[in-house]
Design a protein around this ligand. Structure first.
Ligand code: NDP
Length: 478
């Protein structure tokens, strides 16, 4: 526990603020750390520093590469320290927290590589005989959008910050980060690494404060050129409506599904699905929430799935054996419990789980859960999964698509034909064959359709979204 208030990182300086925000250990409930809390003055200071940096110390692509590559190395050197912070303030099992730090290091490496690949293109000129544009050279250049505001959720307090900060810097932008208040000290630790890597002052600020207060002030500030948001669909839609014509990337929630077809390796599918339905207590945007299994293999699948689920160890996230830790708050665990109770009252049956101890909700498997129930239609964001059978693959596809969301879907099948056909039928941003909806490689384009958002992340794709294309036309006539 820290004795004093951890300062905020504003325009490259560590700044003490009059107000503090308390962050608690999500398993023990003890105070973990006090961090500074930003108000309008801190917001203005961060934005002015960003404007100065962009005007006075533009960063060459080679310099950006050097800094981001150094952060990649520093992250790898501090895996244990950062993972402990994520486990304590986020409640994520330490094993998964270590994976998160290693993945974040990869995101910085990939972003460093993108920084030196940014380029415009030459546009062909004499394209149609009936419109002569004369002797002209047309080409594009890429420029940073300016100040990028990154707003991030609690569930991946380092990697989802990395997925915004690293590409934004790779593109030459300055960043104002507003992390989720509940897990903000991890983001402040990343600022220490950016400073140590030699990022010039002004390019990075991390402001802690609530979404309803500081978040709103950031959305209202016209000096910000782009918002990159990961979080709930509700807040995402609000941001979209509020920022007008300024650029926005939205990575939102889902009620992701996975299909287990009758030709799948049932044992492997059951093991993966048990792990990824309950990893980080279901608080992952691509967490498996709905499983559709072919009726021919339903019984065999359920036996294996429940066997693997029973093996999951629930408890202290600092224990390296733990698979499922606490939820972010007791309020959220009570919400999950209430949704399950409502589903049961409407005809669903709990096969295992349905138990809560404070903010720990035990892995819960439901059958007979149907459309119209919150556990099916809404994003449950808790360790709760429902299993339903289908007779025909088209029926399974219809059930997956019968959702307001569309982030990713998993399909277990040995059929090479089905594996290549089904991505055309499913209404999602990513189809994962022979793995769950929850698979993500940091280099791949990642994002959703429908209420799951707009825009794509993954360093190469995020950098593109964070650049402005400027067209240059040179008249070569003498
Ligand atoms: P929230 O939407 O509640 O919060 C996300 C961030 O937005 C936080 O920093 C929050 O601040 C801030 N915020 C809240 N209200 C406003 C506002 N009015 N203006 C500006 N900022 C605001 O999400 P959670 O943190 O609860 O995260 C869970 C959600 O994130 C789930 O829906 C999940 O699916 C989604 N998610 C999506 C991912 C994807 O890649 N598609 C990945 C991971 C999560 P504060 O909390 O400090 O008040």
């Amino acid at each position: 526990m820290y004795a004093q208030i951890k300062p905020l990182f504003i325009g490259g300086e560590w700044v003490q603020t009059p107000d503090a925000h308390e962050i608690f250990n999500k398993y023990t409930g003890e105070l973990f750390v006090r961090v500074g809390k930003a108000g309008p003055n801190e917001k203005d200071r961060a934005i002015e520093a960003a404007q100065r940096a962009l005007a006075e110390t533009p960063l060459s692509p080679a310099k950006r590469f050097q800094i981001l590559h150094r952060v990649h190395q520093l992250l790898l050197e501090r895996v244990d320290e950062l993972a402990e912070c994520i486990a304590k303030e986020g409640g994520k099992p330490i094993r998964d927290a270590r994976t998160e730090v290693n993945r974040s290091a990869t995101v910085f490496l990939l972003s460093a590589q993108e920084a030196v690949k940014i380029k415009g293109e030459i546009i062909p000129t004499q394209v149609a005989p009936h419109f002569d544009i004369g002797q002209r050279l047309i080409y594009t250049i890429k420029k940073p959008v300016g100040i990028v505001c990154a707003i991030t959720p609690f569930n991946f307090p380092l990697n989802l910050v990395a997925h915004k900060v690293a590409p934004a810097l790779a593109a030459g932008n300055a960043v104002i980060l507003k992390p989720a208040s509940d897990t903000a000290s991890t983001a402040l630790k990343l600022c220490e690494l950016l400073e140590e890597a030699g990022l010039p002052k002004g390019y990075m600020s991390c402001l802690v404060g609530s979404g309803s207060n500081l978040g709103e002030k950031l959305l209202e500030d016209p000096r910000i050129g782009m918002y990159t948001f990961t979080g709930s669909p509700e807040v995402g839609k609000h941001i979209r409506n509020k920022v007008g014509l300024r650029r926005v990337t939205l990575e939102l929630g889902s009620n992701s599904a996975s299909i287990v077809h009758n030709d799948a390796d049932i044992e492997k599918a059951a093991a993966k699905l048990a792990r990824m339905s309950f990893a980080h207590a279901g608080q992952i945007c691509i967490s498996v929430q709905r499983i559709f299994v072919h009726r021919d293999v339903e019984e065999a699948f359920m036996e294996a799935f429940l066997r693997h689920t029973a093996r999951l160890k629930v408890g202290d996230p600092m224990d390296p054996e733990t698979d499922v830790g606490p939820m972010i708050s007791e309020k959220e665990a009570i919400r999950a419990e209430t949704w399950v109770r409502e589903a049961v009252a409407e005809g669903a049956r709990i096969v295992t789980g349905g138990k809560r101890e404070k903010n720990v909700y035990f892995p819960t498997v439901l059958v007979n859960a149907k459309k119209g129930m919150k556990v099916v239609d809404e994003e449950v964001f808790a360790p709760v999964v429902s299993v339903a059978a289908y007779d025909d693959i088209r029926e399974a596809v219809r059930m997956v698509n019968d959702s307001k969301y569309g982030l990713q879907a998993g399909v277990f099948t040995k059929s090479i034909t089905l594996a290549h056909q089904i991505p055309h039928w499913l209404e999602v941003g990513g189809v994962i064959i022979n793995d769950t909806s929850s698979f993500r490689a940091d280099q791949m384009p990642y994002g959703g359709v429908k209420d799951s958002g707009m825009g794509r992340e993954g360093p190469a794709f995020a950098v593109e979204e964070m650049l402005e294309t400027v067209t240059v036309v040179v008249n070569l006539e003498e």
